[in-house]
Design a protein around this ligand. Structure first.
Ligand SMILES: [Zn+2]
Length: 225
């Protein structure tokens, strides 16, 4: 009986020490992972983030945080550019390409809560210029931006019309402009498309992230503190 118990205990301790060995190896591996993996990679690509936390190289002119827009009302409490992380990554990459050539992206609008979309639709019920809130805009999905370009002195390039000009002149296929205007629009479009965005026929300033078209619409508001 004593021999049996002794053998049994020996076997038990062998299993125990083997378990500690495995546990040690696993936890060492976990610590290694936690140490080397940057924080940003732990956030899902669909998470809403603030662009300013990822780059300081953008110029902001967030029209809906002022009264200088077609609503004639300040509909955002503060001027922040929220987007899904994947949109931010593509936009930062596009801006790097522009910077290499001596320009920067100027932002007019980014993510837009659905309730604001409804206000816009009440004023302009034309899907050429404002998306029907029943379907939702890509802005409501965190995948669209309204942008222009400035040079390194902050001077905006001539794009032929102002932002939110609701007329045929705002369309990409309108060609009755100077060569300069047409080449400015073409330049904006080329780099954006190279970085995963689609242009929008009737508005030279609007770009949708191709990988962001099917995300859910949102009505969350951002923190202004
Ligand atoms: Zn837009």
């Amino acid at each position: 009986m004593i021999d049996v118990n002794y053998n049994y205990m020996l076997h038990f301790f062998r299993i125990l020490s083997f378990s500690f060995l495995i546990f040690g190896a696993v936890s060492a591996h976990a610590q290694h992972e936690a140490y080397t993996e940057p924080v940003q990679q732990q956030i899902a690509d669909t998470t809403f983030v603030n662009l300013k936390d990822y780059s300081k190289d953008f110029v902001y002119d967030m029209k809906y945080a002022t009264e200088d827009n077609f609503l004639k009302a300040k509909v955002y409490d503060c001027a922040e550019c929220l987007l899904r992380l994947k949109t931010v990554k593509a936009l930062v990459a596009a801006n790097k390409d522009f910077i290499k050539k001596g320009y920067k992206i100027k932002l007019y609008d980014c993510y837009r809560p659905l309730s604001i979309q409804k206000k816009m639709w009440e004023i302009v019920s034309n899907p050429k210029y404002v998306a029907d809130p029943k379907k939702g805009s890509i802005h409501n999905r965190g995948g669209a931006v309204d942008i222009s370009l400035v040079d390194m002195n902050g001077k905006e390039l001539d794009m032929g019309t102002a932002f939110d000009f609701f007329g045929p002149e705002a369309a990409h296929n309108y060609t009755n402009f100077s060569k300069k205007v047409l080449s400015n629009r073409k330049f904006l479009k080329k780099i954006m498309i190279e970085n995963g965005f689609n242009s929008f026929d009737s508005e030279w300033w609007h770009y949708n992230l191709k990988a962001g078209l099917k995300d859910n619409v949102s009505n969350q508001k951002w923190n202004c503190n």
